[in-house]
Each structure stands twice: as structure tokens, then as C-alpha cells.
Design a binder for this molecule. Sequence first.
Ligand SMILES: [Zn+2]
Ligand SMILES: [Zn+2]
Length: 920
Amino acid sequence: MRVEDEIPKVYSPEAIEPRWARGWVERQLYRPSDDPTRPTFCLVLPPPNITGSLHMGHMLEHTEIDILMRWHRMKGENVLWLPGSDHASIATQMIVERELGREAFPDFPPGPEAESTWRREGQRLRRAMGPEKFVERCWRWKEASGGTIRQQMERLGASCDWTRDRFTMDAAYARAVIEVFVRLYEEGLIYRGKYIVNWCPRCGTAVSDLEVVHEERWGKLWYIRYPLEDGTGHITVATTRPESMLGDTAVAVNPNDDRYREAVGRKLVLPLLRRVIPVVADDFVDPQFGTGAVKVTPSHDANDFEIALRHHLPRVEVIDEEARMTAEAGPYQGLDRYEARDAIVQDLREQGLLEKIEDYALSVGTCQRCKTVIEPRLSAQWFMKMPPLAEPAIRVVEEGRIRIVPENYRKIYLDWMNHIHDWCISRQLWWGHRIPAWYCDACGVVVVARETPSACPKCQGQRLRGETDVLDTWFSAALWPFTTLGWPEETDDLKRFYPNDLMIMGFDILFFWGARMIMMGLKFMNDVPFRELYIHALVRDAEKQKMSKTKGNVIDPLDVTERFGTDAVRFALAISAAPGTDIAFSDEKVESYRAFANKIWNAGRFILMNLRKLPETHWASLAGALVPIPGVGFEPVSGLPHLQLADRWIFSRLAAVTSEINEALASYRFHEAAFTIYHFFWHEFCDWYLEWVKPEITAPPKDEKLPPVWINLTRTFEATLHLLHPFVPFITEELWSRLPRAGKEASISLAPFSLVGGRVADPISEKQFQRVQELIVTARNAKAELGLQAQKPGAQVASDDHHLLELFRAHQETIRRLAALQVLHFTHGRLQAGVSGVRALPHFDVRVFHAAEIDRGAERARLLKEKEKLEKARAQAEKQLENQEFIRHAPQHVVRNAEKRRTELAAQLQRVLDSLERLG
Ligand SMILES: [Zn+2]
Ligand SMILES: [Zn+2]
């Protein structure tokens, strides 16, 4: 079939990209086939939050994933990239609350004050409407705006199977979450208990250790006197949180601390509240901290909670869920925690109980979501027992059943896993997976079940109170690799695609998500969730600064793709994506890869325009020639003798480049793969091959037979488009779709990647072509140095090697054309160096003839520069050969080559020295 429509002169991504993006989705191109014989490759997308829109981090992650997915697909594998989104419990709830608040005060001028008003009002309105209505409202919000990322991903060409799109709260997913919860509860791996948790007074919920961000801040250490009950003195304690003293139920000292040996067992009077509390001895107390005596506040500190258990101390809660003082706080009831702090310090000072105040650097835990200072608080929550789940998850990484790349993250993972604590999984939120538990208030039984129980199993009471807490978002996310494939049903997808082959994520969620997926996968599937885990880098600005709204250096991926095209942004990211190295991203970088896309377009257009001049019958034969030989791929066909060398060379280079790219992508070296194809396309295919064959493909066809050059050119061009495709899918799809086709796949993305195989590797042709390149480049340079760029002088080439001379003679027409020379003479032997216009190379000399008188000064300067260059190179070669490590460990042929190079450099240097001498 012949494509008749004109190929636009100017490359415009906006005209191409949206069309293909839509087409790929509509044609459901990326659904895996049912063919059981093909090897599978599966990755499930780290589900973006429904609250989100695409940022540069996503763009990098999705580009890397898409490159690998397209690459595997083109290798003939049955690829599944399963997409989806996360309900993002706390983030969504905050956004919907804010919306409620904004609806109540629509005219409030935007700003921090509006934000806090909307939040406060939103929270109030949420409580007023109740959980059912609020959750309904969240669903409506999700339907209306939760699909932003999906639309953006579609537009950016992510080759997901959208027919398998999943959501962490869809009905089937919710059933799986309940199943997991119930099974873990029945095994005793989930329990409920009253412990100290990280409490966010702003969000009104417990959060997990991982959701607490620790900040170094300057605070104070207050030294407070606690009088002995018998009036014989006092003990001084130091604290960073004086307001919590109202909840003290003891003072503790280290049993080996001689200063306090007498005091243990005596009674103190808690200042301000005048409660009598004991002095206890506990190993946990650090004698070096403060005075060596510490206050014990079991309801507001995790360590004190443990001390209280050991010493059977009572617990007194003085700070409530909104961080206000409770009735237990006596006169301070109702005050905010910081107001209470000021009042307490003031009162202590007035009563002479404040000994001193010191500045103190402390680590303050803040809420990851809203930055409010976390209040440790005694609270009844649900927990998951982690050590037994972590143990097998440690083993699979140690044994290499999961490979973590880059390697340094493996150790970080293992360290964290070896020190894991139980996970607080309940949240006092409304949007999320409701914990499947019910309480019987009559007899106190807690029922955990898959279905709502009709009566209490113990007392048969009918009045069961359902749990209102929901699960931490990461609980459901941890099930992602198998639940998306249909678990707990034993689906075909689950059989075929579990374990997933690969997971790609940023380091920030390695513990939140990566580690927990491994634990849950092993627990419920009895196998690892994925075989490799690649941790990608961060995208930073041009100065490698973190992108942030406050710095104003955030780059919006959609904006930058609109300006330069998706392909250019993808390529800029890929070529910068070295494992373990953050990416410096800038407009300039994208701009230069937009130029690369232009180059691809122009080369493609040149080929296609000339292709269109061929008669109809030639198109049919070309289409036939583009069916690869099974198991081999494409090979060059012989044509004119002077073309054969170029053909054999470009096919050999293609084979080498293909295997280099394969190796690079197999080890996540995206930057190397991108650099390799960039260099090959621009500096080999365009600069040399296309230039070489130009006369043949621009000449009007004269005979009935299709010229072989056309077969070789379209074969190499098609193969090159394939190598480029994973990086720049749109432009390659567009150009590929215009090539002659013979019953081929519907898209370049489904056609084989390795169209050129190892059989065409041809080191001899590569070497010969390299000599011809050297001759042409040397002649061009000599002309430029002599100021003859615009002219066509004659030239002479001389060598002792008559095979080499024969090679040059056979290609003299092309050499003359590409170097713009009038004639080329061949001489056996070497040329006298030092003569104007002579350039000496290791294997041959070139002389460009010219009429002008030689500028001796300029010639000397050139020779001196040459001498310096050669000396440097020789010194380097010698240094390498003196390196015993190198001699012992490098392969023999590498050492031999280095020795050969040293000899060549010495000979070349000698000839330059001779020339200098002759020049006088
Ligand atoms: Zn918060
Ligand atoms: Zn009961």
C-alpha cells in the first residue's frame, strides 16, 4: 500500500502525538495476548493518588517504565502493564473537607487565612453530615476529578492495558482487603490494643511511624523541682514538654545512679496538681540526661508507657485528641497544649519550682500530611505484628529472590526490616476501607468477620456497634501486585502474571509500600510479588536543587511537553537517567532533544520523499523485503561494489548497537541506551550512511528491478526506528506507519525489536569503513586548515599497504564526493612529511594540493599542536601498559591492542618530529 499524503515539512509533535495516543488506547493495543507460548512480562503501575496530577517524578517513573514495557513487548514478550489509582484515604478526605469549607465561604479571598477557615469549617461540616453522606461525597469527587492522572498518562503515551484499570476501593478490591484483614486477625497477626500512637491533632487520627516527619529544632529544656512529700527537699527533673507533667504518675531514676539511691521508693508531690507520686528505679533511665531523674507520663510517651507497665503505675490522660487539656489537667482544662505550656511555666516560676531553662536541640515529629506537631497519645488502635511477617521478607532479599537496584538500597531495606516495629493500621478517618470489626457492648466481645454479623456470637445480643476506623491507605496498597490480578479468586491473570517481573518506585515509598508488598505477597501468595525492584532517582532543577513551590522552580511536565513534544521530554529524561543519580532537568536540555526529534523527522522525510518517487511495483518488492528472515532478522543484500562496504558496515554497527542497548536496558542504564541510539542515529546513520547512499536514492530509477540500496536503506531505517521507539514512541510510530508494509503488525510497538541480529557482525568491514572515514575526515580538515572549504582541490593518498590503497581506489568516487575533491591520486609508499598540505596518519598519508604559498608559521603551529597531542596520548598509553593491574586483569586482546597503539603513536610522533625538523 502506498501512502499518498504529503509528509509535512516541519516536525510538529502537537499534530502527531495526541492522534497516536488516542489511537493506542482506542485500539486496546496494549492488552496482552492469550498466547500461552510466549514468555510474559508484568509490571503493575505504582498507583498514583486520585487526588494527584502528574508531576516530574511521575513523568520520569512512567517514562522509565514505558521504555522497558515497549522494549519487552518488541522482544516478543507478552507484556502486561497494569494501571490503577489509589484512594489515598487521608489526602482525599482533606481535599473533600476543604471543598466543603470553600462551598460554605466561597467569597473568602484565597490565602493562608482562607485555607485554615475552609479546613476548620470543612471538618465541622463533615462531622455534621456523618460518615455515610461524607463518603458519598468523596465518591462523587472521585468520579468528577479522580481521573486526571489517567488522562495525562494516556496523552503521554503510557502503554498500559487500560482495560485492566484498577482502583484500591473498587468492590472486588474491597473484598480482598477484608479477606486479608480477617485472615491476619484469625492468625493473631492483627490485634487491637491501647498503646501510645503518633496522633495528629489537626487530622484527628493516628498515623504510622513512617508518616511522622522528624525535624531538628531548637527547643528548651525546663528543670522543674518536684518536692518530697515529707518536706525534706526535692528532686529536679528536666523536660522538653512541661505541659505533659500534669499526666505524670511517677519520677524514675536509674537503679545504678548513686545520687538517687536514697530517693527510690519515696514519695513526691506533683507540682501544680499536688498529686502524690512515687520515685521508681528503672534501667531505661539514662543518668546522663538532664538531672538523671525523669518524669514518667504513661499516657503521652511511648517509653513512659512501658515503664508504667513494668511498675504498675496508673495512666492519666491530660491532652485530648485536639491537643487541648482534659479535665484531668485541673485548672488548665480547655487550654491548647502550647497555651497550657506557657501558663504552667509561669505558675512554676511564681511558686519557685522552676530551677532553670536551657536551650536544647530536639527532634520534633510532625505530620507528613499537614505539618502539625505530632502528639504521642494513648489510644485504642489496631496493629499489625510485623517481625513474623518481616522475617521471610528479609530472607528473599538476602537470597537474591528479589534483586534491589541500585545495590545500596538493599542494605537500607535490610536494616529497616531488621528493626521493624508493629504497624498501627487504623485511622480515625472516614474515607477508606472500614475495618471489618464489631463490638458487643453487652458482653464486651469484639467480632472480626467477612460479613456483618447478625448477632453477638457470645451473648446473642442484637446490638452490635460497627468499627468506624478505616485502614491506613498503605494496607490496601500492600496487596496491589496480586489483588489487581484477581486475588483471592484464582484467575488466569494471577497464574500468568504473578510474581510480577519488575517494580519501579522512588525511594520515598520503599518502606511505606515496597517492603509491605513483599511481606504481603509472601504471606498470601507464598511467593515474592516481583523479581526486581528498581529505585529511580529524583528529578531536580538545572542546579540540581529540589523542585519546590516555594522556590518557584517546579517544572510542570504537561507544560514542557506541550512546548517541546512528549518525545523530546522523554528522551531528555532517559538520557539523564543514570541509576542512583538525581537528574538535573531544564528547558535547554529538552530543547536539544527536540532538535534530535527534528533530525529524526528530517531524515525520515528525506527517505520517504525519495521512496515515493519509486514506481508502484518497487513498493511491493520493498514491502516483501521488509519481512524479516525468521530467527535472523534483516541482512544486507549486495548491490553496487562501492555500496556493499557501507551496507555491511551499517548492518554490523546496527547489530552492535542493538546488543549494547539490550544490555544497558537490562541493567536500567537508561542513559547509556539513550546515548547509544542518539549517537548511532545522528553520527552514523545520518552523517555517514545516508550521505553515502544519497546519489543512488535520489537518482531517478532506470531499470525494472528494485535497486538493492533501497532494500538496505529501508531495512536499516526500519531497524533504527525500532531501536528508537521505546524512547520516542510517537515520532517513530508516525514515520514507521508511512513505510511500505506487507501484512505487518498494527503498530511499530508490536513489531520485533532485534530486526538486525548478530549474524551480520562484520569487524573487517567496520575496520575498512573506518579507514575510509579517516581519509575523508583528514582531507576535509586539511582543506579547512588551508582555507579551501569552498573549493574542490585535488589530493593524493599514499600508503605502504596496497590492500588499503585498493580499498580507497574502489571507493574513490564516494571519497571524492564526500570530501569534495577534484581528483584523487594513489601512491605506494609514504609521503614526505613537512610538505605543505600533507597530513600523516598511522596507516596512510594524505596530501591536499593547493596553489597558495605555505604559511610556515601556521604549519609549524599546527605541527606543534599535533606533537603535543600525540605525546599526551603516548604517555597515557605507556602509563596504562605500566599498570600491572591492567596487564594482569585485562583480556589479552585488549592488552595487545594497547601495545599496538603505543607503537603506532610512537611512529606517528616520529614523523611529526621529522616534519618539524624539515620545516626548519
Ligand atoms: Zn496532620
Ligand atoms: Zn455480646
